[in-house]
Design a protein around this ligand. Structure first.
Ligand code: PEP
Length: 241
């Protein structure tokens, strides 16, 4: 199981101390088969890389520019630069970035450039509350998958993170049965070559006890709760208890 920590726009140099607990946990037997991946803000990737150098915790970024070349794009960072500083993953298509104007076409370009740089992509898809209420969830997910992965060759490096937008940071979460159906629907879209599927949206130390029962899932993308080392560790421990 993969446990991806999305720190969003949180964290500073002081936060590095909080990682000691997680590093210790990652070296213990308690981690079982859990794979930890931290996605801090860009400013902390290099520091995290140094911190994690003697352990198996992996590293990712939260976005990248769509260009695979260096260039005059003030304020942006491309996938090559991320690979160069030790990131192996990148989150693309997060709803917080879609809300800021990233469309499926741009997301598709970003995914292609990340794959070219040999990054693994955590590709976020999910519907709004109003789309859910209109019964459009499957339609929206199909469109996001079709356009986001248009002409993407190396699908083996794609992780799909199903993140219902209405569930992110709200504490609201689908019933297991409904979530399982959606995960199976996403898998069905890939016919044969199945990507790893993560769930994201208000995962916490309580609801993990139910979520872990969904056998179709390969892991979790965790926002708020991942910024607290104890909560993040508890989520992993409870998944295997
Ligand atoms: C996220 O933003 O990717 C996320 C899952 O956030 P949270 O866990 O806080 O809902």
């Amino acid at each position: 199981m993969y446990f991806v920590a999305n720190w969003k726009m949180f964290g500073n140099l002081k936060s590095l101390n909080t990682l000691d607990k997680v590093i210790k946990f990652s070296k213990s037997k308690e981690i079982k088969k859990g794979r930890l991946i931290y996605c801090p803000p860009y400013t902390l990737i290099s520091s995290f890389y140094k911190k994690f150098k003697n352990c198996l915790i992996d590293l990712g970024a939260q976005n990248c520019h769509e260009s695979d070349a260096y260039g005059s794009y003030t304020g942006f960072i491309n996938s090559k630069m991320l690979k160069n500083i030790g990131a192996n993953y990148v989150i693309i298509g997060h709803s917080e970035n879609r809300k800021k104007g990233e469309n499926d076409k741009l997301i598709n370009l970003k995914i292609k450039s990340a794959i070219k740089a040999k990054l693994k992509v955590i590709f976020c898809i999910g519907e709004t509350l109003s789309e859910k209420n209109k019964g459009k969830t499957k339609l929206i997910l199909s469109k996001q998958i079709r356009l986001g992965l248009n002409k993407v060759q190396k699908k083996s490096n794609i992780f799909i993170a199903y993140e219902p937008i209405w569930s992110i940071g709200t504490g609201k979460i689908l019933k297991n049965r409904d979530l399982d159906q959606i995960i199976k629907f996403i898998k069905y879209k890939f016919k044969g070559k199945l990507p790893k599927i993560l769930y994201g949206g208000s995962v916490n130390t309580q609801n993990i006890n139910d979520l872990k029962k969904i056998s179709s899932l390969d892991g979790f993308l965790i926002g708020g709760a991942s910024q607290n080392a104890k909560k993040f560790i508890d989520i992993v421990k409870k998944t295997y208890s």
